[in-house]
Design a binder for this molecule. Structure first.
Ligand code: NAD
Length: 490
């Protein structure tokens, strides 16, 4: 049976081409467990063709040699086209990976478009060529030049978000790029590919070849690649970082998290519960920045844990395409099994299960669902507090005083995000300064595309967004100009 989402070509060198093999990815709905589309599975031969096209376009084509303003014009056109497709994009993402449509229409589709607009603003102000006085009497020009051919490897959980965070700065800086989407989420990138062609991105500049790990690793190792931009698990990030280190490739890694929400004693309970219903389990808990460790003083532990259990336990679990759904299925059966196994581990470790568990949610006979789950009385040494579960599972951990809360928050291999909840903004800011993470929020959390996003420790290397994120796609060149014209005349 064919569906309207089926495709039979790959985007290679910004043109549709027949794949090198007849291997197919079957995209399966995490809700119905039925095939929703079939698309070509990229092979190493397809990657070779994509890198060759990108190399040719970078070494000899017009794109890297255009002015920043000329590239901005093309990306501006893409932005307009993208804005008109947000509803379709949201539906495609919810269909392929099960994100609740409420989350897809709030974040999965519009946030990538906001990234395009933010990067356009940054590119307009960016110091592409900057002449500064040297210390030896002459002048020096500092140029930001494109880093070269980029391999962009995103995960499945926020697919467009993590593709555009790489493709847009790569385009604006004059790079060419080969994207290797996760095999769970190839469909959204077909919509993007149509828009890139329509926007007038020149031949050779962008390729999109979906496939598995082996194909991804072939791309990372490929001698035609100058930089790897990766978002995914810390385990894969270590492997990719090691290959890039060996080959001296530029590399940025956005990896996992185990973020802590510190609830100070003066925090408003309703705000904390409402905050965690979004920040703790957004995207059905499949979010790198999810606040999964809830740190509460011993005095308020039981009160906060019970309120959280009531709030999280009453969230609507169901069909991702139903607007009332708050928690959808996990992306795949293996992910459902993995999250359920952590719930069992938590019980074996002696944590108190307040809501949720491993039973199938009522009324859902198919689909890879997990009940939203809250554990209380968790110790930070337990596996459920140390390892990234990537599902709707929260752990409430007691602290003695604020210093102890900061110590527990920092006692993690990860350092991606975090929040503090308090009526006293200055006290919150004091905590924010002490927690070792790349991003933080006081009584809220968001990613603002004007600012850098990324991780400390095992959460990553490098930053996305802001001028800092654009810089990751450039090499710096210093051109010594000697005496300035004015200086020479004088
Ligand atoms: P994953 O590491 O299994 O896969 C991510 C991508 O890398 C996929 O496209 C996969 O095919 C590819 N891949 C895997 N191994 C590879 C290898 N050795 N060489 C080349 N490519 C390889 O991760 P996942 O399960 O798809 O995604 C979930 C993970 O992503 C979580 O750990 C989550 O925290 C992380 N994540 C991080 C951020 C961030 O910005 N820090 C954002 C979203 C997700």
């Amino acid at each position: 049976m064919t569906t309207s989402l089926d495709r039979d070509a790959l985007l290679i060198g910004t043109t549709w081409q027949a794949p090198a093999t007849d291997s197919v990815i079957e995209v399966i709905s995490p809700h119905s467990e039925e095939v929703v589309a079939r698309v070509p599975e990229g092979s190493t031969a397809d990657i070779d063709a994509a890198v060759a096209a990108a190399r040719e376009a970078f070494d000899h084509g017009p794109w890297p040699r255009m002015s920043p303003d000329e590239r901005i014009e093309v990306v501006q056109k893409l932005s307009g086209l993208y804005a008109a497709k947000l509803d379709e994009m949201a539906t495609v993402i919810s269909t392929e990976m099960g994100s609740p449509i409420s989350f897809s229409t709030l974040a999965q589709a519009p946030a990538p478009w906001m990234q395009i607009e933010a990067f356009l603003g940054i590119a307009r102000e960016f110091p592409w060529e900057d002449v500064r006085p040297g210390v030896l009497g002459g002048e020096v020009m500092v140029r930001h030049e494109p880093v070269g051919v980029v391999a962009a490897i995103p995960p499945w959980n926020v697919p467009q978000f993590t593709v555009l965070s790489k493709v847009i700065p790569a385009l604006l800086t004059g790079c060419t790029v080969v994207v290797k989407p996760a095999p769970e989420t190839p469909l959204d990138t077909y919509l993007l590919a149509d828009l890139l062609i329509e926007a007038g991105v020149p031949e050779g500049v962008v390729s999109i070849v979906a496939g598995g790990r082996e194909v991804g690793e072939h791309l990372v190792r490929h001698p035609g690649i100058d930089k790897v931009a990766f978002t995914g698990s810390t385990a894969a990030g270590r492997k990719i970082g090691a290959i890039c280190g060996e080959q001296l490739k530029r590399c940025s890694l956005e990896l996992g998290g185990k973020s802590a929400a510190i609830v100070l004693d003066d925090a408003d309970l309703t705000s904390v519960v409402e905050g965690m219903k979004f920040l703790g389990v957004m995207n059905s808990g499949q979010a790198c920045v999810a606040q999964t460790r809830i740190l509460v003083s011993r005095d308020r532990h039981d009160e906060v844990a019970e309120a959280l259990a009531e709030g999280i336990g009453s969230m609507v679990v169901g069909d991702p395409l139903d607007p009332a759904t708050e928690i959808g299925p996990m992306v795949a059966k293996r992910q459902q099994e993995r999250v359920s196994s952590y719930i069992e581990i938590g019980q074996q470790e002696g944590a108190r299960l307040l809501t949720g568990g491993t039973d199938r949610p009522d009324g859902l006979d198919t689909g890879w669902y997990v009940r939203p789950t809250v554990f209380a009385g968790v110790d930070n040494s337990m596996r459920i507090a140390r390892e990234e579960i990537f599902g709707p599972v929260l752990s409430v951990i007691a602290y003695d005083d604020v210093d102890d809360a900061v110590r527990i928050a920092n006692d993690s291999d990860y350092g991606l995000a975090g929040t503090v909840w308090t009526a006293d903004r200055d006290a919150g800011l004091d905590v924010a300064r002490r927690v070792r993470t790349g991003t933080y929020g006081v009584n809220t959390y968001t990613m603002d595309f004007a600012a850098p996003f990324g991780g400390f420790k095992a959460s990553g290397v490098g930053r996305e967004f802001g001028p800092e994120g654009l810089s990751q796609y450039t090499e710096l060149k210093a051109v010594y100009l000697g005496e300035s014209a004015a200086g020479a005349e004088g």
